[in-house]
Design a protein around this ligand. Structure first.
Ligand code: ADP
Length: 540
């Protein structure tokens, strides 16, 4: 080979913010905060603040490679740390505060975090967990002096630390693009949480790819509000993709209820938002109750679990908002596929196009390869019918878990996602289930996702969960658990009558129950809890 003769400049996260401060310096970041008023700043301000934060952290002893943890909401301060910490060459470990105490404890100790920055609402949690933290030496509350409380952990005040630094430009170190930058743990629904360590290179490439027209389709007129948590796979990379594209950013802090989101959407002119289906269920219910409309909102990206078709349909038909379903996982940083139109589908007419977009997780994106394999590892055809284990590969896909002793990819670099899916000739992928949620009835598979999708469209139903439970004759049978909208009057007979024309008969749930549906720390239906709760329902 002959070496290329272009500049070997490494891809570094801080360059994204430097770019935004230069090219879109006056574009706003609007942020809610805990116990403080709505704050407005610009990308130029955010870079200056990231520089001060980096200097302050360095003064506190943070060095290249150290882990700095956060327990924080979607705010401009958390956003600054997305740049300041990796910019220093350190690793930002965003911890999900909704996990169980033991899991948070596990993560902080496993990551060996030395500094913990947290929002005021987590003071009690931090005080409670303090005795178990083996490595954290410095606690910083993300607040200004007026809202600050040092608490039993003697937390420093973030704004005081920033104010103590000067305005001299900070010289960001040059960092190997393959160096670790952000450490995100999976929620550990099976076993301990596992750490996924994103590299600078992976994050920058992911951010460039996710803004493309085939994905989020950003331009400088977009106003982006991430409603997926910054601690969950870095809010789908929106804190990186938005500044690259010069989009105004709106940070809702912890207030993800319908009324609070609507206030920001309307007042700030939000055009693009994203979050898990449960958030949008609440939002749509709010719009319906109040008769309001979603302002300038044009696109909503929804994922984390399957988007109910009825949700996508309501957004489009009632409010003219396009739903983009996304599939991904912490291990893929997280963009895997996203459902956006293509000319080939459009040529089949609007109904066919909608059908494809609403019933598929999304289409292939450059930078992440997908394949479906059968139980022998042979690749399945792209016929939209044959399902198999979904494998992925690419520069923002995991190779090995943090502190793991071996790679989790096969010899060709493929990572088994644990999902079962189909691929079709249009390049669209459809998840039929997570391997562990598949229902095996009399040797045949029933897709819990398809059944849930059918049930949640039934008028009055708010959330539908389907799990397989042991059955004396069929090994496992599906049961359907429903939560209804406040004031709705839905009976088992109504649901059965609604489902009958929509599903094959042998998929009919053996029981339909009205109960509260438990959610995981990442806002997904907690099927493990439901399986335990109803384990002997059909065995009695
Ligand atoms: P956790 O399990 O910790 O919540 P992840 O967010 O990484 O962590 O979960 C990834 C999983 O979520 C995927 O493997 C898949 O099963 C599920 N998932 C994500 N997006 C979708 C989607 N659009 N439709 C169906 N399942 C999805």
């Amino acid at each position: 080979m002959i070496p290329g003769l272009m500049q070997p400049k490494p891809l570094q996260i801080i360059d994204i913010l430097k770019f935004a401060a230069t090219a879109h310096g006056g574009v706003e970041i609007v942020s809610r905060l805990i116990d403080e008023p709505l704050t407005r700043l610009t990308y130029r301000d955010a870079l200056a603040r990231a520089e001060r934060a980096a200097k302050a952290l360095q003064r506190l002893g943070v060095k290249s490679g150290d882990r700095v943890a956060t327990l924080a909401w979607n705010t401009h301060r958390h956003f600054e740390l997305f740049y300041a910490v990796p910019g220093l060459g350190a690793v930002l470990n965003t911890v999900n505060p909704r996990l169980f105490d033991e899991q948070i404890d596990f993560i902080l100790n496993h990551a060996e975090a030395e500094v913990l920055l947290f929002d005021k609402s987590f003071l009690a949690l931090v005080e409670r967990l303090r005795p178990g933290m083996k490595t954290v030496k410095t606690f910083i509350m993300l607040s200004d002096a007026s809202a600050h409380e040092a608490g039993a952990v003697g937390a420093l005040c973030y704004e005081d630390l920033l104010a103590a630094e000067n305005d001299d430009a900070f010289v960001w170190p040059s960092i190997d693009e393959n160096a670790g930058a952000m450490l995100c743990y999976t929620s550990g629904t099976t076993g301990d949480p596992k750490g996924v360590l994103y590299s600078h290179r992976g994050i920058v490439l992911h951010a460039m790819a996710s803004g493309l027209n085939s994905a989020f389709g950003f331009d400088a007129f977009d106003v982006v509000m991430p409603c997926s948590s910054l601690y969950h796979a870095s809010a789908w990379g929106l804190p990186f993709a938005a500044p690259i594209n010069g989009c105004k950013l709106v940070m809702p802090c912890d207030r993800m209820d319908g009324a609070s989101l609507q206030e920001l959407i309307v007042n700030e002119g939000v055009t693009f938002s994203g979050g898990v289906p449960t958030i949008w269920t609440m939002y749509l219910a709010h719009l319906k109750q109040t008769g309001q409309t979603p302002g300038k909102l044009q696109r909503v990206v929804i994922g984390g679990s399957a988007v109910p078709r009825a949700m996508a349909e309501t957004f489009k038909k009632d409010y003219g908002v396009r739903v983009l379903q996304i599939w991904g996982m912490t291990e893929t940083a997280p963009l895997g596929v996203i459902a956006t139109p293509t000319p080939a589908l459009a040529a089949l007419g609007e109904d066919k196009l909608d059908e494809a977009i609403w019933t598929r997780q999304g289409r292939l994106q450059f930078g992440i390869e997908l394949k479906i394999v059968d139980e022998n590892g042979a690749e399945a055809p792209h016929d939209g019918e044959t399902s198999g284990a979904l494998m992925v590969r690419g520069p923002w896909t995991i190779q090995r878990y943090y502190r793991g002793d071996k790679d989790v990819t096969d010899s060709d670099g493929w990572f088994d996602t644990g999902d079962i899916a189909t691929l079709d000739a249009f390049g669209f992928m459809r998840i039929t289930d997570r391997k562990k949620d598949v229902i095996k009835s009399g040797g045949e598979w029933i897709s819990s996702i398809d059944l849930e999708n059918a049930a949640v469209a039934c008028p009055g139903v708010r959330i539908a969960a389907v799990v397989g439970v042991p059955h004396p004759k069929w090994e496992e049978r599906p049961i359907l658990v429903l939560e209804t909208h406040a004031g709705a009057n839905v009976s088992e007979d109504d649901v059965r009558a609604f489902l009958a024309p929509r599903i094959v008969k042998w998929w009919s749930p053996d029981a339909i129950l009205f109960d509260t549906i438990p959610l995981t720390a990442t806002g997904k239906i907690d099927k493990k809890v439901l399986r335990q709760r109803y384990a002997d329902l059909l065995m009695r």
